[in-house]
Design a protein around this ligand. Structure first.
Ligand code: ADP
Length: 530
């Protein structure tokens, strides 16, 4: 039909062009193995991305080929993000914290022939290498990488790509069976960037200085490498120092960080560091926290000590990854403290672009009443339609047009979501569900506890009962009775854990979340007190 709009494809290349033109001077600050603070601009990164695209072409990379990275968050990784996807190839990010066998499987399944690896990860590459027969070229992100792009022309005509073409590939950790690949395309990435910059989602703007502690190998650092250049904010990357409180605190202060993104365990670490060193983060306005439920104790400390709002968000690798985000609602300040708490523990409302529903075991839709808990399903342009080359239909996609998240949730009438558990972590006591997330959240509020995790353990009468595993705060000596007393009145009586075990450390997954799988393994011979 005549007289319609232009058919500009929704590609990552359009972000690149826009950012290069209008946000050229915005800064990118990185901690790398060779520099405590590397500084450059978007103009530098996109110029070097063109050199990199030429170098990749010369190395034989063609559209559709996978290019793998095993790297921390920094400007070189960002150059790879744009060069690879915008030349029509597929960026395959690998998580170095996985077991070597898992990385080997993921690399081989993805099918890349070239790997870009961080200098600090070379010992790992040496371990992996014998298991990667298809690997033809290794480029180390340091002088080797500089030599790889040096001498290449900084002119490269980015091709006009179809928006449905693949742009990047990321595998979920896969707690059961093999890890599964999620293949993103340009269209999903671009729409996700629009959706995640909105004021009621992450509210990203040019005035923001954004610290991405969520790794670029974990669901594309939650899309920040695309959404921040889209708006022109400053990007701050901690490189290999992602788990180092001192580096994170220094970056926040020196780079005037306004928003920082990461999983709850990272924020726990940073808060401990700030408390021990008597620091207050004056520039910080928001923390974007997700990946697992954020305990209220973390959000309270950010609010009370640093004046920071925690945007509690829920998402999945399969969702590019943003699903919902908990921005401050209208009328929030007039709510009672109890109502404010009840609001903050929820994961918020869906970004435009994400449709959700909750269903019972028979697939019947449940009401949005804030109480009925069911299996959460989603759909939308940035939700994955299937997994990458699995050779068998995915159970998560059994209902046509919907993706079953594997999470259990309730939804309030206004669309505010609350994740009560992962379906496989739910504790079934006498046929009723106990939310391990709720229990953990309340237990972690105990003044003497640093961290709490709840798993179900077998029980002769009730099938399963909750076991609370807790890490005391340094110097504190909480007791089982004290903790159970704290829970009394704060939870339904039948939710009371049958036992409390104190440990020094709770095992984490490769994405920094409490590993329930490992905890269940650790406590497999545990018997509840009679
Ligand atoms: P991985 O399992 O590899 O860490 P994901 O990051 O994709 O991969 O994990 C997504 C899952 O993390 C969700 O299905 C959900 O169970 C959990 N999750 C993410 N954000 C939250 C949140 N804010 N609260 C509770 N659970 C969350």
């Amino acid at each position: 039909m005549h007289g319609l709009m232009m058919d500009t494809p929704l590609t990552i290349t359009t972000i690149l062009r826009h950012a290069e033109r209008v946000n050229a001077a915005s800064e990118i600050v990185s901690v790398t193995a060779d520099a405590p603070r590397h500084r450059c601009t978007y103009a530098d990164v996109f110029r070097r991305a063109r050199q990199l695209a030429n170098a990749l072409t010369a190395a034989g990379v063609r559209p559709g080929d996978r290019v793998a990275t095993l790297a921390w968050n920094d400007y070189r990784h960002l150059e790879l993000y744009y060069a690879v996807s915008c030349m029509g190839a597929v960026l395959h990010t690998l998580n170095p914290r996985l077991f070597a066998e898992q990385i080997t499987y993921i690399f081989n399944h993805g099918g890349a022939r070239i790997l870009f690896a961080d200098q600090t990860l070379l010992p790992l590459v040496e371990i992996l290498r014998p298991g990667l027969p298809a690997l033809e070229r290794l480029v180390v992100l340091g002088p080797d990488y500089e030599a790889f792009i040096a001498g290449q022309p900084d002119r490269y005509d980015w091709p006009e790509l179809d928006e449905r073409e693949a742009s990047s590939l990321c595998y979920t950790s896969g707690t059961t069976g093999h890890p599964k690949g999620v293949l993103y395309n340009h269209r999903a990435t671009l729409l996700h960037s629009y959706g995640s910059t909105l004021v009621d989602t992450l509210a990203l703007s040019r005035r923001d200085s954004v610290l991405a502690v969520v790794p670029m190998f974990h669901a594309n650092a939650w899309g920040l490498p695309y959404s921040v250049p889209m708006v022109g904010g400053k990007l701050v990357f901690p490189g290999p120092k992602m788990g180092d409180g001192a580096t994170l605190a220094a970056l926040i202060a020196e780079e005037q960080v306004t928003i920082a993104a990461g999983v709850p365990t990272v924020w726990q670490l940073l808060l401990n560091y700030a408390r021990e060193h008597d620091l207050v983060f004056h520039s910080l306005e928001r923390i974007l926290v997700g990946g697992s439920a954020c305990p209220l104790s973390i959000m309270n400390e950010f609010r009370d000590r640093h004046g920071v709002w925690c945007v509690h968000a829920w998402g999945m690798t399969e969702m590019t990854p943003l699903g919902t985000a908990n921005a401050k609602p209208p009328g929030y300040d007039a709510l009672s403290p109890v109502a404010q708490d009840a609001f903050r523990v929820r994961q918020g409302r869906p970004a435009f672009g994400v449709e959700m529903k909750i269903v019972d075991d028979a697939g019947r839709e449940l009401p949005w009443d804030g109480a009925s808990a069911g299996l959460l399903k989603v759909r939308g342009p940035w939700v994955c339609r299937d997994y990458y080359h699995t050779g068998e239909p995915s159970a998560a996609h059994a209902e046509p047009g919907w993706f079953a998240t594997g999470d259990v949730a309730n939804i309030a009438p206004d669309g505010t979501l609350q994740i009560t558990d992962r379906a496989k972590d739910v504790i079934k006591s006498g046929g009723e569900w106990i939310s391990s997330i709720d229990l953990e959240n309340i237990a972690a509020g105990h003044p003497d506890l640093l961290q709490a995790a709840v798993i179900g353990v077998p029980h002769p009468k009730w099938d399963e009962r909750p076991l609370l595993i807790a890490v005391p705060r340094p110097g504190a000596t909480p007791t089982r009775e004290g903790v159970l007393g704290w829970l009394e009145g704060r939870i339904a009586k039948w939710w009371t854990p049958d036992d409390v075990v104190f440990v020094e450390k709770i095992p984490l997954t490769a994405t920094g979340k409490i590993s329930k799988v490992e905890l269940r393994q650790q406590f497999r011979d545990y018997r509840l007190p009679a």
